[in-house]
Design a protein around this ligand. Structure first.
Ligand SMILES: [Mg+2]
Length: 196
């Protein structure tokens, strides 16, 4: 069951993990993008940390605040994508103070749809959608979430980017993991730990 405190804990855990993998995210984005993903995500989740001490009366209220914060603090393509995902997740959670596995899964599907709509992207284009969509569609309660997420991240290595800045690299984008897929797996892993 995901509680408001659990959601906060997942966001704190995400911030810690983003910070420890900041250089990796930067290196991946330098290889097939503009090298700002580590810095952007770090800045974004630093800002998220600062809103976690406030009280929220629902999962929706917290998720909406996170979304607005990420939209305003994370630059590049990722900010609006993550931001819109959290805002749509907020709508799915609504006034609920806790969410069971089924509601979390539904919320993640909503978040996925928002990322796809905003990024005009589909699975298979070597983006964060390649983690969000298959995970949200296929995850079952009690699965080994981390191993599923890691597998999805690894699968992006072989893909050729056809969306976003990485698509300018064409064939040369093959052989590098998508940085947005990696940051997405960090976030989803932290979240699922709290869902249980
Ligand atoms: Mg970038």
């Amino acid at each position: 069951m995901l509680t408001i405190d659990g959601f906060k804990q997942a966001l704190r855990h995400t911030q810690t993990e983003i910070e420890s993998q900041k250089d990796t995210l930067t290196d991946l984005d330098r290889a097939i993008g503009d090298g700002d993903h580590g810095i952007n995500m770090s800045r974004g989740f630093e800002a998220v940390l600062s809103i976690l001490d406030e009280d929220y009366d629902s999962l929706g209220a917290l998720s909406k605040k996170v979304g607005m914060t990420l939209m305003s603090k994370v630059g590049g393509a990722a900010g609006p994508l993550y931001g819109s995902a959290f805002v749509k997740i907020a709508a799915a959670f609504g006034d609920a103070k806790e969410a069971d596995f089924a509601l979390v899964k539904e919320a993640l599907l909503e978040g996925t749809n928002s990322i796809k709509a905003r990024g005009k992207s589909e699975a298979g284009q070597k983006t964060m959608v390649d983690v969000w969509e298959p995970f949200a569609l296929n995850v079952d309660e009690g699965d080994n979430y981390d191993s599923q997420l890691n597998e999805l991240v690894q699968k992006t290595e072989d893909m050729i980017a056809t969306k976003g800045r990485a698509s300018y690299f064409g064939e040369n984008s093959r052989g590098t993991i998508d940085p947005g897929a990696l940051s997405s797996s960090i976030l989803l892993s932290a979240l699922m730990k709290e869902v249980g």
